[in-house]
Write a protein that binds this ligand. Structure first.
Ligand code: ADP
Ligand code: MG
Length: 325
């Protein structure tokens, strides 16, 4: 099968909202009046972001999910995406699975594939997403204010826990591994929550590299500091890794590392003023996505992780850095 037959078979579908889709030199999009385009690109490289033997269906899902997660963090509604793909060879079952996994998530978010590039080479997947957000309403990293609550959506740490188990560093019972692995391989981009938080959140980003590092970007962009409640963060891990019993029996250091410096969570971290607490819970219910307050923005710069007694946990930082390196 040649390059163009491959594109026609696996990636060309009738246009939905776009003016022009796959097949010409450029695609054409028509954002609605008063909307701004939100654009983001994420690349997935074999050996770096996924194992060579990963199920192509979940890989197709994840390649798009990590991009939709950026739109979610901006409060943008997905419109379309492009796909640049390097493939070692034309592997029909792989392409079938990959495109099915990708389009299932695309259809769930009304996001259509409008173009891309296909070349031979080591497996590499690069997606660019386009979304729209009412002018001036995008959620940015730069709006956090002292006194704001810090929230995270869903669950943290499970993806990293799965990775540690798959690498053979720790043992997880099969049911727990399956649940954690699902979180690693099939993250759910929090698009509904992101759009529901417009006008409510003061800042937001999505968690791809671990809470501590990613929250640091908000602190830097907003010129503020933060206090994170370690136990509130750990509590967000329990639900998916085979049930609270399993997660809570893990060593505390491992829980902390997975939740604070784990990465691959694809949850939202956002801040909101105290007077928005009811509005945040309403947005959470409307989006059917749980959110939890895990800390507070401070005027004093720097990030302090504190235990249940309010004591700073400075001695643990070196291991987080080592772990995430
Ligand atoms: P060009 O010669 O302009 O670079 P290509 O020959 O690379 O165009 O691609 C032909 C058409 O197929 C273009 O419309 C391009 O956007 C689309 N396309 C190529 N690869 C993909 C892909 N992986 N997914 C979707 N569309 C693709
Ligand atoms: Mg081209």
């Amino acid at each position: 099968m040649g390059e163009f037959a491959l594109i026609a078979q696996y990636f060309k579908r009738p246009v939905q909202r776009a003016v022009l889709g796959v097949g010409d030199d450029c695609a054409l999009l028509a954002p609605r009046p008063g909307m701004q385009l939100a654009i983001s690109t994420d690349m997935l490289v074999q050996g770096r972001h996924f194992f060579a033997d990963v199920d192509p269906r979940t890989l197709g899902h994840k390649a798009l999910a990590v991009n939709l997660s950026d739109l979610a963090a901006t409060g943008a509604q997905p419109l379309a995406f492009s796909l640049a793909l390097a493939l070692p060879s034309v592997d029909a079952p792989w392409l079938q699975g990959f495109s099915e996994g990708m389009f299932a998530l695309a259809d769930a978010h009304g996001c259509e594939l409008v173009g891309g590039d296909t070349t031979q080479g080591p497996l590499n997947i690069c997606i660019t997403v386009f979304g729209e957000v009412p002018a001036g309403q995008a959620l940015l990293r730069s709006g956090a204010q002292p006194g704001d609550d810090i929230y995270v959506s869903g669950h943290l740490g499970d993806a990293r826990l799965a990775l540690e188990a798959l690498l053979g560093h720790i043992y997880l019972p099969p049911a727990a591994l399956a649940a954690a692995r699902q979180r690693l391989e099939s993250p759910s981009p929090r698009v509904a929550l992101g759009t529901a938080l417009r006008g409510i959140a003061s800042s937001a980003l999505d968690l791809s590299d671990g809470l501590v590092g990613d929250l640091g970007h908000i602190l830097q962009a907003s010129a503020v500091g933060a206090e994170l409640q370690a136990d509130e963060v750990i509590a967000r891990m329990a639900a998916t890794a085979g049930g609270p019993g399993v997660a809570l029996s893990l060593p505390r250091d491992l829980q902390l590392q997975c939740c604070l410096a784990g990465g691959d969570d694809y949850e939202l971290c956002f801040t909101a003023a105290a007077h928005q607490r009811d509005a945040v819970q309403q947005a959470s219910r409307a989006a059917q996505t749980p959110v939890h307050c895990v800390g507070r923005i401070t005027a004093e710069p720097g990030l302090r992780v504190v235990d249940a007694q309010g004591q700073a946990m400075a001695q643990r930082w070196a291991s987080f850095d080592h772990f995430s390196a």
